[in-house]
Design a protein around this ligand. Sequence first.
Ligand code: N01
Length: 508
Amino acid sequence: MAQAVEHHKIAIIGSGFSGLGMAIKLKQSGENDFVVFEKEGGVGGTWRVNHYPGCACDVPSHLYSFSFASNPTWTRMFAPQPEIKNYLEHCAEKFTLMPHVRLNNAVTSARWDEDNTVWRIQDQHGKQHTATMIVAGTGGLSTPSYPNLNGVERFEGTIFHSQDWNHEYDLTGKRVAVIGTGASAIQFVPHVQKQAKKVDLYQRTAPWVMSKPDRAMSWAERNLFKRLPAAQNALRKSIYWMLESRVLGFTVNPRLMVIAKRWALNHIRAQITDPELRKKVTPDYTIGCKRILMSDDYYPALDQPNAEVVTTGIQEIKANSIVTVDGEEREVDAIIYGTGFAATSPVPKGVIHGRDGVDLVDSWKDGPEAYKGTTISGFPNLFMLMGPNTGLGHNSMVYMIESQITYVLDAMKKMRKENIGYVDVLPEVQATYNEAIQRKTSGSVWNSGGCQSWYLHPETGKNVTLWPDFTWKFRLQTRQFDTKAYYLQPAITSHSNITTPNTTEATA
Ligand code: N01
């Protein structure tokens, strides 16, 4: 017997900043026929699943929040993770999104059905859905990356990744190995160092770290922002333009990074007394080539007697120790991976299939690419938020997400007005757009800075993650949906009675 299929005009995947922002804007535009699939037990995306000690935003919160849902009561300039999660939960309630949200419900498969011009979606419970459009808000940094360490399966202690922090495990008095020195590690290492008997920090590449201009927001400021939203808006704008100016050093003239380098070197000198340690943590590549980190408690933590920065590579893991390539063996009770995410492969293989059944991952021969970071040729009516080349090293991702949401909303408006069934970006338009992105990247600090980063595809060296320009230029590009760049298919059918073509598959 054919199983009834639930049809939604729009299926949103994920309920982080992207998914919730899209849902809010749909509601505000009068569109209620949408569903939000969320694999976790609550909304918040990355700000829900990352809860390691010290987790906080490294972009000021007055900017790193929705322009259409300001929060005058941020307690700090850089809000900690629980507060950002609360903010997103509050947005979901305030804009009455929860009736649309399906929690604990991952999308396991989405297939384009050319005959009916719909996406056929299967959720983790085996239920079938169809949707005219998919908006993927799955985030670029959600799949943890694990190092391939020789002998790790023999380790008898505790191991976890920063994204799956084991709060049950008491670090007090333990010998802890931390692997990785990225944005996550520099936030949790000071907390680990305070509790543990010993911390060995395995550093493959030293990050550039600057002072973090964090502070508590005073009662008077919060009160002012509540009573006078224009004052908060002025602060938001000033932060935006201050951060935006940094793009000059990243992409226009990397030599401008000299000033930032001086600040960062002063930061090392001011915070570390041990000359050997100063040398170890001083990077050997141009600042900005990898994400510039901000912390005022990372270096002081490393300068403590119970902390050691290990710069020799790991040879093998034994039952209770780590052996480095120089033969030295360090006893260890727990290993914490601060090894980041699979940023250059943001979508798992086997989940999204477009025209002719092509897997999205297979369609990306030289690494992920899209048109305006949002649409991909051969994947009609699929819109990716935070898609390829929308990432930033210098400003707020929420600004990019809002730009994309405007683009998607305008696409929907034009499709409705012109009775278009689906849009599919022309391959040559996508190719030309991406050539321009790579040209723009070629003179940037990410290409010439002498480092290896997840910004660039590991095999092709192509920039697949970052937007290599001013963010306001991206906003200009995405202000309107440009139908000329797309194949436009006239609408052919109503989807109210679609059933699965294959009943065996449907009831399996
Ligand atoms: O990950 P990372 P992250 N052996 O990729 C090392 C966002 N974020 O989770 O540099 C040994 O930056 C790796 O070494 P190397 C933000 O966008 C935002 O810290 O490759 N080491 C590196 O040191 C950020 O950029 C906030 O040589 C290995 C580290 O692990 C992104 O998340 C807060 C290794 C990985 O650093 C990722 O940050 C936190 C191996 N096999 C994070 N493999 C905000 O506040 C990897 N490493 C907004």
